[in-house]
Design a protein around this ligand. Structure first.
Ligand code: HEM
Length: 344
């Protein structure tokens, strides 16, 4: 197999030029032939152009999905990436429709209105292509996706003297950090759904270690829509599962990223029914960083900066963020950071 040069992160940037050229070319050649009344001569070459545009759009779409699963994406780029993928799906779907309609016209030339429908749809697709490519360009040139990465600025300003365990940004992003010196206040700002803050006792000597005597769940009562939640935790001495909850409305309605012994699961509970979008079997040991992203209808779960689970579902209404600690033992928990994703 051909090896890509080091500076090309994946095959997507090489493939996208084909639909970018072929989609407009099919439209222009078709339009010219209709006006010059040369359709009889060129009807098959035009069909081939539409077919090639569809084939290359499919390749761009599939390579884009593969690219999105492998490159690292800054938190704030996730919204643009979700929109890019949705727009790409429109571009591909219209391309398929155009090719099928043109094929129908080739077989039955009685349908004389079809070339106009094909031309109109093709023109609309050029619009979708332009916006798709614009979003792809933003990913690369605005957010550095797939290029040597600029360092992301910490979203939460650091305070020297911290009384509360939670710091909040003006945009609503927030970060909880475990505090040894102020341990009785560690969870006081959370709303406990199950259990209460007494069921989670801080270790008196080591910051970030908590003894859990019964399962509990808590959220911060701030509603968030598109978001990234990053949790640093250690489950070596804990028996049970831990889930990041987001878009939480009630225990009957929320999205989650769950880590259980040997498995990570991405899913949703809707009307009390649990649906798994994706899962992966893997073992973890020691401190890990678990990251959940929910942006539009795109959901992702990262373990230590590596994408491990990915799924799609209709966007939920905004909701709270929190944790479900479903087990007992000693839980390592250093921080929970929620970054709000929005367009600047
Ligand atoms: C018709 C389909 C698509 C077209 C025409 C398209 C177009 C583009 C363009 C023009 C760029 C900028 C490339 C550059 O300037 O170097 C780009 C980048 C990117 N696109 Fe797409 N795209 C498509 C589908 C997708 C899909 C479905 C996804 C993911 C779900 C995706 C993910 C990405 C990513 C992650 C980048 C950043 C560069 C990279 O890592 O390759 N694209 N795309």
């Amino acid at each position: 197999m051909m090896n890509l040069p080091d500076y090309i992160p994946n095959i997507h940037p090489l493939i996208i030029h084909f639909p970018i050229v072929l989609i407009p070319l099919g439209f222009v050649v078709h339009l010219i032939c209709v006006f010059l009344k040369r359709m009889d001569e060129f009807r098959f070459p035009i069909g081939l152009l539409y077919l090639a545009a569809t084939a290359s759009s499919s390749a761009a779409f599939l390579s884009g999905r593969q690219a999105a699963d492998t490159v690292s994406v800054l938190a704030q780029a996730n919204l643009v990436l979700s929109e890019h993928a949705d727009l790409a799906l429109w571009t591909l779907s219209i391309s398929v429709t155009v090719t099928l309609l043109y094929g129908l016209w080739l077989r039955s030339k009685d349908l004389s209105f079809l070339p106009w429908v094909v031309l109109a749809l093709s023109l609309v697709n050029i619009g979708f292509l332009v916006v798709t490519a614009d979003h792809g360009g933003q990913l690369v040139y605005r957010f550095g996706t797939g290029v040597s990465l600029p360092k992301e600025k910490p979203a939460i300003p650091q305070k020297n003297e911290q009384v509360s365990a939670i710091t909040t940004n003006p945009d609503g992003s927030w970060k909880w950090e475990s505090q040894l010196e102020n341990s009785q206040n560690n969870f006081s700002e959370f709303y406990f759904i199950d259990g209460n803050s007494d069921d989670i006792q801080s270790d008196s000597k080591k910051n970030g270690l908590f003894s859990i005597i019964k399962p509990l769940s808590f959220v911060l009562k701030k509603t968030v829509a598109d978001l990234q939640v990053e949790v640093k935790l250690d489950l070596s001495e804990f028996n049970g599962d831990v889930s990041i909850l987001h878009h939480y409305q009630s225990m009957e309605h929320y999205d989650f990223l769950e880590i259980s012994p040997g498995k990570i699961t991405l899913g949703r509970v809707e009307n009390g029914k649990r649906n798994e979008m994706d899962s992966k079997n893997l073992q973890v040991d020691g401190w890990i960083t678990l990251k959940a992203i929910g942006s539009g209808r795109h959901f992702k779960g990262y373990l230590d900066e590596k994408l491990v689970v990915h799924g799609h579902a209709p966007a939920f209404d905004s909701g709270s963020v929190g944790l479900w600690v479903n087990g007992t033992g000693t839980l390592g928990l250093i921080s929970i950071e929620t970054i709000i994703l929005k367009h600047n």
